[in-house]
Design a protein around this ligand. Structure first.
Ligand code: CTP
Ligand code: MG
Length: 187
């Protein structure tokens, strides 16, 4: 039981760089659409005005830095987490930035799919607003930080947990963002 709790908690807490990148992109975003305003062959925007260069890089860098601070704090709190999982400060940075850049890369892919199936910018994407960012964050972690990935996420609990917990969490954060007038819609 305690083991499951620990696996589940680690999977969630160490994923914070990927989570944090999204609200960070809301704060830094809004400038220079990634698709440069261009349309795809279906006549719709490739990505839309909700995916900007300032949001992508601002969010990913801020999310990565937040993660790095968090991983640093976890060292004294949980023994040698940083050494065990990430093998030092460089490893911690690679892991944290893989998660944050992966998160916002997945977010872009989600928007690309949303546009192709006719959902306008800002429209509700059902799982397309959440699962792509989780999956691509995990993918980049797998590619660039295999050791960390294998310790924290290569088990039967961690990835299903993230896929289940993220949609309601995402919704809750967006409601807060809406109330704080940072977002135009509560999803
Ligand atoms: N944002 C940004 N650049 C990004 C991601 C997000 O500028 N790469 C900002 C935009 O201002 C965006 C807001 O964060 O409107 C909220 O992000 P999100 O909900 O992902 O975008 P939507 O506007 O809902 O657009 P889409 O339907 O394409 O997801
Ligand atoms: Mg949205």
């Amino acid at each position: 039981m305690a083991d499951y709790l620990s696996i589940g908690l680690s999977a969630f807490i160490l994923f914070i760089p990927a989570f944090a990148a999204n609200p960070a992109a809301v704060i830094t975003g809004g400038r220079y659409p990634i698709d440069l305003g261009r349309k795809f062959i279906d006549g719709r925007r490739i990505l839309g005005d909700g995916k900007t260069i300032s949001g992508y890089f601002g969010g990913a860098i801020l999310g990565g830095l937040i993660g790095l601070v968090l991983y640093g704090i976890l060292v004294p709190a949980r023994g040698t987490v940083l050494m065990d999982y990430t093998q030092g400060i460089v490893g911690a940075a690679v892991s944290s930035f893989s998660l944050s850049f992966g998160s916002l890369t997945g977010d872009v892919i989600g928007s690309f799919i949303k546009r192709r199936i006719g959902i306008e910018r800002g429209g509700k994407g059902f799982l397309l607003d959440q699962w792509p960012f989780v999956l691509v964050a995990l993918l980049l972690l797998f590619v660039f930080s295999r050791h960390f990935f294998s310790i924290v996420y290569m088990n039967f609990l961690a990835i299903p947990e993230l896929l289940i917990v993220t949609p309601p969490l995402h919704r809750a954060v967006n409601i807060i963002g809406y109330k704080m007038k940072k977002k135009d819609v509560p999803w």
